[in-house]
Design a binder for this molecule. Structure first.
Ligand SMILES: [Mg+2]
Length: 226
């Protein structure tokens, strides 16, 4: 039995990373341009609610300090900051309960950013290996099964012995299901209400990682052995 976890919104709240990044960017702008930090931070959160794009452009324009160079500086600060983030308590407990299992992470996103998250959450030592898909090129991003096949090779097992535990039915399950990987959706995050066509949905669902226990995993893996 090999357990593969998604990172963002499965093991910790991704919005807490965004807030942490906005905080350091607001701090930088406040210090360098004598602007009110609280207002900068609030404006970024306000923009985020409207659209998760061009937030720094809009913020710099709002406060009259827009330039391409300033945008790049904000992006660079955001991506390289040491994030103030924490595992969901149930994720921490679940990883403790499954301490002896073979465990991996497969996560998309900017590789520098994802590595900072893994470091902040101290996850490297709790997993056999963490696959940042972008290290292998954009083509290896989910829904690509590339990194999942790397795990099969490393563990010398077939896909039916591997389960992916993740939260986003848009991309987490559709690419690996046809190859026989098992899939388990945690419906606690921002996609909790999303219902997708069958090929996008996981084989199994739980409401929180509190429900991810050995008897359930044994049941899932035994069902596939017939
Ligand atoms: Mg996710």
């Amino acid at each position: 039995m090999v357990l593969v976890f998604d990172l963002d919104d499965t093991l910790y709240d991704e919005l807490s990373f965004v807030r942490s990044g906005f905080n350091v960017v607001a701090d930088h702008l406040a210090e360098n341009y004598a602007l009110p930090e609280e207002r900068l931070f609030s404006f970024m959160l306000f923009r985020l609610k409207i659209k998760r794009q061009h937030i720094f452009n809009e913020t710099l324009k709002e406060f009259g300090i827009y330039s391409k160079r300033n945008v790049q500086k904000c992006v660079s600060i955001y991506r390289s900051h040491v994030p103030d983030i924490h595992l969901y308590p149930e994720a921490d407990k679940c990883l403790k309960n499954l301490k002896n299992a073979h465990k991996y992470i497969v996560t998309d996103g900017n590789k520098l950013v994802q590595q900072k998250k893994l470091d902040a959450l101290r996850l490297n030592s709790r997993f056999n290996f963490c696959y940042l898909t972008h290290r292998y090129g954009l083509k290896s991003s989910k829904p690509s099964p590339d990194c999942f096949f790397k795990i099969c090779k490393r563990e010398n097992v077939e896909p039916r012995h591997v389960i992916y535990i993740a939260d986003n039915p848009n991309k987490d399950f559709v690419g690996i299901k046809p190859h026989g990987f098992k899939t388990l959706r945690v419906t606690s995050g921002q996609f909790s209400g999303l219902v997708m066509a069958k090929e996008f949905e996981a084989d199994y669902q739980i409401r929180s990682l509190n429900d991810l226990r050995l008897p359930l995993l044994e049941k899932i893996f035994n069902n596939g052995r017939s």
